[in-house]
Design a protein around this ligand. Structure first.
Ligand code: HEC
Length: 109
């Protein structure tokens, strides 16, 4: 009886873990889709900045200059824009912007 309960518990725990892993993988790919669709034209698929973006004044996401900014500063620039950087506060949800900040962090060298 006790063994069966333990096995059931282990199965439930394992499925919950798998579920969480697939959830975070989904969040990651949603940010990737957003980034490639809305940001890569200026910031480059690798975050270093496209020719157009660099000419407009975008900074290389892989460098300490950008990675040294706080999550709040990065989210603020995405939300409110800055110079030639368009603002996305009206078209993206705060959690999408949070996901994009995490995605930008992954460019760190
Ligand atoms: C039309 C080109 C363009 C697009 C599209 C664009 N950006 Fe930018 N972005 C810029 C420019 C130019 C700057 C530099 C602003 C400044 O400091 O003058 C910038 C700055 C930033 C910064 C601050 C770091 C830095 O490089 O100065 C972040 C973070 C950022 N953009 C994120 C994003 C995200 C996320 C998206 C997509 C949702 C996006 N950008 C779309 C042009 C763009």
């Amino acid at each position: 009886m006790k063994t069966i309960r333990m096995q059931a518990f282990a199965t439930v725990t394992a499925s919950a873990a798998l579920f969480l892993v697939s959830l975070s993988a989904q969040a990651q790919s949603a940010s990737e889709t957003l980034y490639k669709g809305k940001c890569a034209a200026c910031h480059g698929a690798d975050g270093a900045g496209s020719a157009t973006g660099t000419k407009m004044g975008a900074h290389d996401f892989t460098t300490a200059a950008v990675q040294g900014m706080s999550d709040t500063e990065l989210a603020d620039i995405i939300t409110n824009g800055k110079n030639k950087m368009p603002k996305y506060g009206a078209s993206l949800k705060p959690e999408d912007i949070k996901g994009l900040v995490a995605y930008i962090r992954a460019f760190k060298k």
